[in-house]
Structures are given as C-alpha cells and as structure tokens.
Design a protein around this ligand. Sequence first.
Ligand SMILES: Cc1cc2nc3c(=O)[nH]c(=O)nc-3n(C[C@H](O)[C@H](O)[C@H](O)COP(=O)(O)OP(=O)(O)OC[C@H]3O[C@@H](n4cnc5c(N)ncnc54)[C@H](O)[C@@H]3O)c2cc1C
Length: 470
Amino acid sequence: MASTNPPDWPQDGLHVAIVGAGITGVNLALGLLARNVSFTVYERAPGFREIGAGIGFSPNAERAMGLLNPDVLAAFKRAANPNGEDYFQWIDGYRSDELIFKLYVGKDGFQGGLRSEILEAWAQLLPPGAVRFNKEIDTISAPPEDNSSSSSSNRRLRLHFKDGTTATADAVIGCDGIRSRVRQLLFPTSSSSSSQSPEAGYTAKFCFRALAPMPAAMAALGQSRSMTRFMYNGPGAHIITYPVASNTLLNILAVISDPSPTWRAHPQRQQHTAPGSRSEAEAAFRDWHPTARRIVGLLPDAMDKWAIFDMAARPAPRYIGTAAAATAAAGDGEGWGDRVCVAGDAAHAAGPHLGAGGGMGIEDALVLSELLAAVDGKVTGGGTGDGGDEREREKGRWVSAALEAYNAVLYERTQGVVRATREACDLFQWKDPAVATDPRQFGDRITALFHSVWEYDVAGMVEEALAELE
Ligand SMILES: Cc1cc2nc3c(=O)[nH]c(=O)nc-3n(C[C@H](O)[C@H](O)[C@H](O)COP(=O)(O)OP(=O)(O)OC[C@H]3O[C@@H](n4cnc5c(N)ncnc54)[C@H](O)[C@@H]3O)c2cc1C
C-alpha cells in the first residue's frame, strides 16, 4: 500500500496528522509550524475551498490568532475590511427601521472579510507540500504491539485514505468539519454512552448568503447602512449585512426560521444546501419594513439556500476518544482513540448567530499547538525513557495526556458557545418580542452573550492547558 508520508518528517520526534484544511486545520498547521512541530494536513478536496461569502472574527479569535502565530493575525488583518464604525448595531427590521441597541466591538474589532481571501492569505503562509489534497480519510488503525520489532515507529497510528493510500502519525487531529469522519470513528454508535452517537442536527433555520455589488447596495440602502455592519431583527427571521472586499461588496446573510423541523436535502447536492430563490426570501420578509425588503431585493434571482445545523441536541461526549472504543470499532490491532481528537466544527459545530464558530476553531488550534509543542519538547529532548519501543509508548502516553488537557480546558467553553448561539438567534428572531424589542432587556442579554465569547482569557486558557498536561 502506498504511503503518503513526506520524506522529511522526523522519525523520533512528534509527527501530527491534521485532517481537513478549513479554518481550524490551517490554523492548527500554522500554530505547529511556528513551534517547529512536524505535521501534514490531509484534505479531501482538490484544493483550498471556501465559499464566496463573508466571515468576521471576534476579539477573542484575534487574540488567539496573535498567540498562535503573529503572521496569522497579520494576514487576517490584511484581508479584512475596515469597519465603518466599531459597533454592532441592531435595527428593528420589522416595524420601525430604528436602532434597538448598539454594542462596542473594540477599536477595529470584529472585522469581516471574504472567506476565500482570508483562507488563501493563511494558506500562503504554509510551506509547499504541507497540505496533501485529494486525501479523504476513511479509517484509522494502530498496529498490534510487536515486541520483536526493533523499529521505534511501529506504534504510530495509520491513517487509511479512500484512494487506498496510507500515512502514519503520532497524533491525529480531526478538523474535518460538521460531518466529521474522525468523530464518527471516535464515537461509533455502539460505543457511545448514550444510545445516539454525536451528530449535527437541523436547527430549523436556513439562510441565504449573497454578495451584492456596493453601488447597488448604496442605491438601495444609502451610504451609512452599506458601509458598516448592521443587523435587522424581527419575527421569525433576521438579516446581517457588512461590507467586504475593500468596500466593493455588501455581504448579506438572511436567516429564516423554517416551520419544518426536517431539512429536505436536494439529492444531487451536498447535505446542507438546496436550490433557493429570491422569491422565497421575499415571501419570508413580505411584511417587514421597506428597508429590510430592499436588502432582500439585492439577492440574486436564484441562489443556494443553506440549512443551519448544530450539535446542541447531540453533542460529542468528549473531544478525545478512548483507546478501547476505537479498538472495538476497528476490530483488531491496538487501541488508538486516546491519540486522536476532534477540533473546530468537527467537535462543536454551532450556528452562525454569534459569529463565533471559526474563532472557536482558532482557540482549539492555539491550545493544541501549545500542548503538542510541549509534548514534542519532551519526546525529542530524550527525557522519555531509554529509546526504542518504550520511548514510543511514552510518546503515546504524552500525546494522550495532551489531548486530555485540551478536552479538559475547552470542552465546557465551546459547548457553552453552542448553546449561547441558539439563545442569540431566539433574541434576533423575537421569540419573546417583549424582551427582544426592549432596548434595555435586549441590550443586557445580547451583551452578556457576546461578552461571554469575547471577554475570555485566551492566554490564561493556554496556561491552564499546559498546567493540566503536567
Ligand atoms: C452562514 C454562516 C456564517 C458564519 N459566520 C461566522 C463568522 O462570522 N465568524 C465565525 O467565527 N464563524 C462563523 N461561522 C462558523 C464558521 O464558518 C465555522 O465554524 C468554520 O468554518 C469551521 O471551520 P472548520 O475548519 O472547523 O470546518 P470546515 O470549514 O468544515 O473544514 C473542514 C475541512 O475538512 C475537509 N474534510 C471533510 N471530511 C474530510 C475527510 N474525511 N478527509 C479529509 N478531509 C475532510 C473538508 O473538505 C474541509 O476542507 C459561520 C457559519 C455559517 C454557516
């Protein structure tokens, strides 16, 4: 079987396999790069792939980028659009078109940009060959212990790809998104403590995402509503707009509550999209204030609609597997689940309503980079036994301890964000109109939700994780 391991990776230090080259996987790669830890990214797509829509990063995400790798933060800032005003501003989009509440995001905080441009800017920081494309992970195994072997690499995990090739690594980090294959391998139905394995479910919300040319947006909305971020709230729906691509495009996200709790995926499409149209959006916003309707009028005639899934109902019980569960799933060989974890959406997919999912993946990447660098220092420093198989076993124990520390520090934080995101959507969509339209009540609640994400001690989180490892 052909192996895809690069020729130059260390045989005695740590080698990390990252599955998935989205925001989380690329940031983890850049964190490991900055710490001189050997890694390879395996991505099923033929190239870097982000859709042509906007994304914004919260203040905690920016702090995590800076600690992860200062080049990551600098690249994001170069690709980001300047803020017209450093505020989130919520408008009553249904009745009055008047401001309900505004929240300061910090100087040049929460800037947005085009996803494709930001991912591309980060990808350019990676060395050639760091990402192996067209590599879709199928399964993972670990060879049975072979005491007769003199090879010190025989305990490494083996990744099996759909194309029949394999690769080996000391740790596997599944950054493979909301439908994560790595998560399925870690938590097969039979080994889950509940009867249901962790899975993303439909939140009964779908959205339209579009980029309108700025001249058209200005003509419809005027300069002040086009050149900075606004949110339009109302019953059963909300809209977010912000400028991207050096103020040449207005990013529009219109989120609509679906009366049906079941998403009917289009048979020829990926699971989360279906063909949609502006007329469907117009029907949802028919009774809204003319400003909101003019925004909907900027959407193209035909476009995809995107289902919003999250993992609130069926969360992962942990982000690291157990050796035993994975062994049972594999049927033979040694246990490996305690050297494998999930990160980013694979671990804790949330809806978009707090603009926090990508930032959570970057926090994960920061903690994992620091922990794996600490392990690399221990195993390449000669302090882990007398070499050979014992050294490899000890390396495995350190990897497992590092992933446990990651789980211990980030599990509650990220699960809390998944739940808070749902609460934010209820406020935007007037689940309780008396609260949602009262500036004081809405302001207090929404401030608390956003600040729970933003005002997080990212540096303290890293220190806590490293202390946990020791
Ligand atoms: C409408 C919307 C708006 C959002 N806005 C924001 C925002 O403003 N700010 C924010 O922080 N977050 C936002 N988010 C959330 C954010 O987009 C996600 O949290 C983030 O993109 C997740 O990145 P990821 O790398 O974890 O996963 P993904 O982006 O899903 O990447 C996973 C990668 O793994 C690859 N892969 C999958 N399976 C395999 C396999 N078996 N083998 C190999 N490779 C595989 C995929 O091809 C993909 O490249 C938003 C989400 C939505 C839906």
